[in-house]
Design a protein around this ligand. Structure first.
Ligand code: SF4
Length: 460
């Protein structure tokens, strides 16, 4: 039995940021290669710190849904998931034993060799009659002077496509490192140039920075005798789904011995289902058993009959993404669960649905009820931050306390990381008895803002 975990960046601000990961997780579930497909995020829930706890089996493959190697795949994800690895990931991935679970961490999907075919497809969409006689292909990468690995994949794709002979010239140029993208007129001599951004999705760079820097006026721009065709980013091509399926199959081939049920995980869910069978209030929701099925609804909607009926875990996931006032809910235990719905599931779907409604809450709540959940104090969380988040190490205890009061005051969880006590959990009949083992990335982000605002004031 094997679990697959797809890792996305996620966002504290954009409710649509995780959509691509949702899409690929659903696709892979449908393929049935793995016995379960889960998702974890840097800036959403379940977080990178929590996601391994949510895996049902003792064999777990983790695929980062990133387009290139770099800071996130080499530093943030392995660090936060406790993989004991930093730096470039070898082609065969990194394998670790963590608490009786085999965790296999792969390269990101963007480095898969079949990405070259996706780039060529994008180029042919932009310029259907591209020919080896007069057409150059320019792959535009982000690049960063801090990590040469992030551009390596762009060069590899350029080499492979050059070897295919499908274009007169092939070049790799970058926004943030040399050779820069604006040097293309000197580097390429072909009459026609197809430019393809090696980016995950449309955004600021693909829609503004690149066109502005290069003077592009649309999908086709004339530069005197030469014509530039500007294509869509590779990450949104439908064929990416095939790349991800291929990557999952490759990963599966490296997992010859299937795992088994993770006993800790199963114990938590068995205890939860026993409570659910008797009727249970969890956070702001009530679970009521009925004729072998389970109804979930906001507790405040008890007795209402005019509710929207939801029939799938994904339907519930999407319904609770925004509050009733339209606010995005990156932290699912914020006290703003939208009302007006009820969902009905069988036992298997109830597990997935609760995983979407309150990610990792069953696993962590059960550990807390057994007095076995280890809290991570703020000082440790701050110390392990890197990149722009190292700033939180300069937060004063007063700033941490004040920001936490503001942010966590709206959250159901009890801050074990701040020394607060949780004597009884929802397993013991207290609906809001949900532990918070360590500061979430939403709070870390807010503390960073607090420090930045204070430092700005000090400079003025
Ligand atoms: Fe909730 Fe605060 Fe914990 Fe974040 S840090 S999950 S806001 S209690």
């Amino acid at each position: 039995m094997r679990s697959l975990v797809l890792i996305g960046h996620g966002s504290h601000l954009n409710p649509d940021s995780a959509r691509a990961v949702y899409h690929y997780a659903e696709l892979l579930r449908g393929q049935g290669f793995f016995d379960e497909v889960l998702e974890g995020y840097w800036k959403e829930e379940p977080s990178l710190r929590q996601v391994l706890r949510t895996a049902r089996y003792t064999d777990v493959t983790v695929i980062p849904m990133f387009i290139s190697e770099g800071y996130f795949t080499e530093t943030v994800i392995p660090r936060e998931m406790g993989l004991g690895h930093q730096g470039p990931v070898p082609p065969e991935g990194v394998v670790r034993q963590i608490g009786g679970v085999t965790v296999r961490y792969t390269l990101p999907y963007g480095v898969h060799p079949s990405m070259s075919e996706v780039i060529m497809q994008r180029a042919l969409e932009a310029c259907p009659d591209a020919s080896p006689e007069d057409t150059a292909l320019l792959i535009i990468g982000h690049g960063t002077t801090r990590n040469p690995n992030s551009s390596r994949v762009v060069y590899h794709n350029a080499d492979r496509i050059r070897a295919s002979g499908r274009f007169r010239e092939v070049a790799a140029l970058f926004l943030d490192e040399d050779p820069r993208v604006n040097t293309w007129p000197e580097l390429l001599s072909s009459r026609r140039v197809v430019m393809i951004p090696f980016f995950t999705a449309e955004g600021w760079h693909t829609q503004e920075t690149i066109p502005e820097d290069l003077g592009l006026t649309g999908a086709v721009t004339e530069f005197g005798e030469r014509t530039v065709y500007y294509g869509l980013p590779v990450g949104t091509h439908p064929q990416i789904a095939d790349v991800i399926v291929q990557l999952a199959q490759d990963a599966l081939a490296q997992s010859p011995m299937p795992g088994e049920d993770n006993p800790d995980h199963e114990e938590a869910w068995a205890a939860f289902m026993t409570r659910a069978d008797a009727g249970l209030r969890l956070g702001e929701a009530t679970i009521t058993p009925h004729a072998g099925l389970y109804e979930v609804r906001p507790t405040l909607d008890e007795g209402r009959e005019d509710l929207e009926l939801l029939a799938t875990p994904e339907g519930l996931r999407d319904r609770v993404r925004l509050s009733d006032s339209g606010e995005y809910r990156p932290v699912h235990t914020l006290r703003n669960l939208p009302r007006g719905w009820r969902a009905v599931f069988d036992a298997a779907d109830l597990r997935r649905a609760i995983g979407y409604l309150y990610p990792a809450v069953v696993e962590e709540g059960y550990l807390a009820s057994q007095r076995a959940l280890q809290a991570t104090p703020w000082a440790s969380t701050a110390r392990r931050q890197t990149g722009i988040y190292t700033k939180v190490q300069q937060a004063t205890p007063e700033e941490v306390a004040a920001t936490s009061r503001r942010v966590c005051g709206g959250c159901l969880k009890t801050r074990l990381w701040a020394g607060d006590n949780l004597y009884r959990t929802f397993f013991d009949g207290v609906p809001g008895g949900i532990p918070c083992a360590e500061a979430c990335t939403f709070l870390v982000s807010e503390i960073r803002e607090t420090v930045a605002a204070r430092q700005q004031q000090e400079r003025e």
